[in-house]
Design a protein around this ligand. Structure first.
Ligand code: S3P
Length: 429
């Protein structure tokens, strides 16, 4: 008998918001207490990079809750360093940190692990060089490792080709150090954690419209403020889908961040017919937060996700593919080419794995289409490419497949959700 998912869980703090809380605290002066931080290795990479620039960050963990105390004297307190700034596996760390240091005088060098060394950096570094920073690629053009010689920057306007909150945030961080008004325009809506945290902390910006954000040189002294980080919807997504596809499940995820730029997973599950309820809406540091309950109803049907919507669920598409594989219809995803540039080529891997497991799935140039079936036989290998999200989809797939899948590795979830396997096990009764 397969087990069902039952109970309540608070998943770890939001990774995107944790990176911003740590970095933006360095724009302020004083002591910031941050609670509910993500324990992800990616966020430790951000903290370590900031420490290398001279920021005093104390992190502690009590009863699974991560807290940080950041002592900062503002932008002018950031020092250049000879040390290589190691972003590990984290795209958000390397890109946001690049924007932060581009306007500091001195030289800063960045590197990352084998996966990060393959990911595109020009989308951030070309705009920063157009603002005046000197970029040197140390091995291959457009890739890490690279160095940034920070300069007095000049403001510019940027219309981004991809709806990337990372690129937008990196440019805004540089814009806060540039002469003049810097404007960044996204092609489609994405997560707006940066705007919300700027507003919460009192960092001036103009929201020209839903897609364009402008900043000017930060001349004010901004007083530090305490921050509470909501639970991560991208981590919650694995349990939301698991409950929607495993018969007998009934799960409540507590205090989940429901930033409108992150809630495609909720919209798509609702569109597919899942029994999903969002209750007790609250706000943490300007971010909407809610409890989310999903009850299995065996009624998942067809859905299409495309174009403009993708950015609102970019990290959840791999787990949504599994929902499609257990629907009574077809899930079609297009416009998701960006997934090829994440920690792995997520389109290739999710399609290969689900096909191996017995799903009726086709790879498209910019997405996939998957037709649902009652059962997945499993019993084959599951490639992860050392990508945390692929490994976690494999663990959920193992709770529903008839025979066990052999996961390539189960270590990578530490990148975003170190206790995922244990938490999944606890809920399966
Ligand atoms: C992030 C934005 C997204 C997302 C990543 C975190 C952020 O990347 O995939 O996990 O914190 O801004 P892009 O903005 O490059 O799509």
């Amino acid at each position: 008998m397969k087990k069902a998912l039952q109970g309540k869980i608070v998943v770890p703090g939001d990774k995107s918001i944790t990176h911003r809380a740590l970095i933006f605290a360095c724009l302020t002066e004083g002591v910031s207490k941050i609670e509910g931080l993500s324990p992800a290795h990616d966020c430790v990479s951000t903290a370590n990079c900031l420490r290398a620039l001279g920021v005093d960050i104390e992190m502690s963990q009590e009863a699974g809750q991560v807290k940080a105390i950041v002592k900062s004297s503002g932008l002018s307190g950031l020092k250049s360093t000879d040390k290589m700034l190691d972003a590990g596996n984290s795209g958000t760390t390397i890109r946001l940190m690049s924007g932060l240091v581009a306007g500091r005088l001195g030289k800063f060098s960045f590197d990352g692990d084998a996966s990060l060394r393959k990911r595109p950096m020009k989308r951030v570094l070309t705009p920063l060089s157009e603002m005046g920073a000197k970029i040197t690629y140390l091995t291959s053009p457009g890739l890490a490792p690279f160095s940034i010689e920070g300069k007095q920057l000049e403001a510019k306007n940027f219309d981004l080709g991809v709806a990337s909150a990372q690129v937008e945030t990196a440019i805004l961080l540089a814009g806060l150090q540039a002469d003049g008004k810097t404007t960044v325009t996204l092609p489609f809506p994405a997560r707006d954690h940066t705007r919300r945290m700027f507003k919460y902390l009192g960092i001036p910006f103009e929201a020209e419209n839903a897609l364009s954000t402008s900043v000017q040189k930060l001349d004010l002294s901004i007083q530090s403020k305490n921050i509470v980080v909501p639970a991560d919807i991208s981590s919650a997504a694995f349990f939301l889908v698991a409950a929607a596809i495993i018969p007998g499940s009934d799960v409540t995820l507590k205090n989940v961040g429901i930033n409108p730029g992150r809630t495609l997973i909720l919209d798509v599950l609702a569109r597919m017919g899942a029994d999903i309820k969002v209750v007790d809406v609250d706000a943490f540091a300007g971010e909407p937060v809610a409890d989310i309950r999903v009850k299995y109803n065996g009624a998942l049907s067809s859905a299409t996700i495309s174009g403009e919507e993708i950015a609102r669920g970019i990290d959840e598409i791999p787990i949504l593919a599994l929902a499609g594989a257990f629907s009574k219809g077809e899930l079609i995803v297009t416009g998701a080419e960006e997934l090829r540039h994440k920690e792995s080529d997520r389109l290739d891997l999710i399609v290969t794995n689900l096909k191996n497991a017995g799903a009726d799935i086709d790879l498209l140039p910019d997405g996939f289409s998957v037709r649902g079936c009652k059962k997945l036989k499993g019993g084959r290998s599951w490639l992860t490419g050392d990508d945390h999200r692929l490994s976690m989809v494999g663990m959920v797939a193992n709770a529903v497949c008839e025979s066990e899948l052999q996961l390539e590795e189960t270590e990578s979830p530490k990148i975003s959700y170190p206790t995922f396997a244990a938490d999944l096990e606890k809920l399966l009764v």
